[in-house]
Write a protein that binds this ligand. Structure first.
Ligand SMILES: [Zn+2]
Length: 334
């Protein structure tokens, strides 16, 4: 896309010091014909050095990112770093405002909108600005996610298995440095246009996360997120001092590279899980069953695993439609 972004900002990416500012996204609404929607952005810079771009709230119902990154933006001072940290705590701020995965303004999924469109709806305008004016500045890209409303996740740092082996080795090293319990290599089973895929495609060391869920939001997942961001900033040579706490010393590197590892509901109903996070499942075993709402006399439909592995994620909304993911299995990577 070659047209120019209509988004402006009051931060200067090349200025030393700490700046709290906004992206101003032009909007015309029922309540204001002329308006700007504000998306907060923070730039912390101290001379030459690597650049990290940190984002949260890509999905609006995943709160670890907004909380961790707002706290970091307030506490991190320029003298603690060398180089630059660019923070967008609420990438899809309208969605964070409404507590929904997708934007309430245009119904779009920010993490299916990259590389965006400068003259599209609000979500694709933000994606375009981030894709063309922010991510290219980065050496390290971190996009913080969790299971949100629909999934329980074992806390992980994640990435795709990219073709460039040198890049992949660096991403796994950065993932380990986070010191979360798991480093998770995943496949896209629900469409394209992800921010991490875009950044990986530019050759950036890119980390996503799955830090828990709306229901798991709290002390444990926030601690893993907060410490991990600092660990990775130190790994990248940006944060000068090593964080005092260590985190998990030996993260396990696991992968779900077979599409059948992402177990989808064969029919609609109420999904009853038979396993929890971390449990081992064998191929052919039922991971749960789906109860019919219409035919109560019928035995529930059993949902069978087509691969073997341990449970890294399971559905957290009992009501389930055909084709929705109910469980994800992983095996050791490599
Ligand atoms: Zn997400």
């Amino acid at each position: 896309m070659s047209s120019k972004s209509l988004i402006s900002t009051d931060v200067d990416f090349d200025k030393d010091g700490k700046q709290f500012g906004n992206l101003f996204v032009p909007q015309s609404t029922n309540s204001a014909g002329w308006a700007n929607y504000y998306v907060p952005i923070i730039v912390i810079r101290n001379g030459e050095g690597p650049t990290a771009v940190l984002s949260g709230g890509n999905h609006g119902d995943e709160y670890e990112g907004p909380v961790t990154l707002s706290k970091l933006a307030r506490s991190l001072e320029p003298e603690q770093i060398q180089g630059r940290v660019i923070i967008i705590p609420m990438l899809n701020r309208p969605a964070v405002d409404s507590g929904t995965r997708l934007s309430p303004i245009d119904g779009a999924n920010m993490n299916r909108s990259f590389p965006g469109n400068p003259t599209g709806t609000i979500t694709s305008m933000i994606a375009d600005f981030v894709a063309n004016q922010v991510i290219p500045l980065a050496d390290l890209v971190v996009d913080i996610h969790s299971g949100g409303s629909s999934m329980h996740m074992a806390p992980s740092v994640n990435m795709h298995n990219v073709a460039d082996q040198e890049q992949m080795a660096k991403m796994i090293e950065a993932g380990r440095a986070w010191a979360a319990p798991l480093v998770f290599i995943y496949e896209d089973v629900a469409g394209a246009g992800l921010l991490p895929s875009y950044a990986e495609g530019l050759g950036k060391v890119t980390l996503g996360t799955e830090m828990g869920s709306k229901a798991q939001f709290g002390v444990e997942t926030l601690a893993i997120t907060e410490l991990g961001v600092q660990n990775v900033l130190h790994w990248a040579g940006i944060l000068k001092e090593k964080p005092a706490e260590a985190g998990t010393s030996e993260p396990q590197v696991v992968a779900a590279e077979d599409p059948r590892d992402y177990i989808m509901a064969p029919c609609s109903g109420i999904f009853e899980p038979f396993f929890e996070l971390g449990d081992e499942v064998n191929e052919g075993e039922a991971v749960g069953q789906i109860h019919s709402l219409e035919q109560v006399h019928r035995e529930p439909d059993r949902v069978l695993a087509q691969t073997s592995g341990s449970v890294i994620a399971r559905r957290s909304i009992p009501r389930t439609a055909q084709g929705e993911c109910v469980m994800v299995l992983v095996r050791p990577f490599g």
